[in-house]
Design a protein around this ligand. Structure first.
Ligand code: GAR
Length: 188
């Protein structure tokens, strides 16, 4: 059995999609959702989805074993980041090497790195005049958005595109591909 922990900082639509996709899956379960933000709407979604949540502080994340201890107690096998803002510390990276995956709402290596999150990414794509954007699903390492790419999907950036319209297109790509790519990645 693959036991997943999801990490999210914000709205949590990808968490919800992932939870719905794997709800009756024979070999994948979502066992815990972590957030660094006690106000994040993802926590409301998890309540409705009956998913257990854990909120942690910056201090707990970077200076204690609170999170890795919980991962271990819950026998979590893999970690999926879904709109998570913070860099993963080494006390989680080491035991989960090759078993942490992230989604970025642009075609890395463009528009990635520290602070590149959500709408900021879409604004950056439009300001750069890019003709296309997309999603990148990649392994997670100690640097922002630099792990090995597993999958990309593209969409056009049309004239008159706004960060909001682009975000909507990107979300549709995320909902369509992220759970499926996670499923394939787990069964490889
Ligand atoms: C998603 O578009 C995800 O790709 C992005 O945050 C959004 C979260 O939406 N992640 C990053 O920007 C990571 N650098 P959601 O909370 O509705 O799932």
């Amino acid at each position: 059995m693959h036991r997943l922990a999801l990490f999210a900082s914000g709205n949590g639509t990808n968490v919800q999609r992932m939870a719905e996709y794997f709800e009756f899956h024979p070999s994948v379960s979502i066992d815990l959702v972590f957030s660094n933000n006690k106000e994040a709407y993802v926590l409301e979604r998890c309540k409705k989805l009956n998913l257990p949540t854990v909120v942690f502080s910056r201090e707990e994340f970077y200076h204690t074993n609170y999170v890795p201890d919980l991962l271990s107690i819950q026998n979590i096998t893999h970690i999926v980041l879904a709109g998570f803002l913070w860099l993963i510390p080494s006390n989680i990276l080491s035991p989960y090497q090759g078993r942490i995956i992230n989604i970025h709402p642009a075609l890395l290596p463009r528009h990635g790195g520290k602070g590149m999150y959500g709408m900021k990414v879409h604004r950056s794509v439009i300001e750069a005049g890019d003709q296309e954007s997309g999603i990148t699903i990649h392994h997670v390492n100690a640097a922002y958005d630099e792990g090995q790419v597993i999958f990309q999907a593209r969409c056009p950036v049309v004239s008159g595109e706004t960060p909001e319209t682009l975000a909507e297109k990107i979300h549709q790509l995320e909902y369509r591909y992220y759970p499926e790519v996670v499923e394939k990645w787990l069964s490889r």
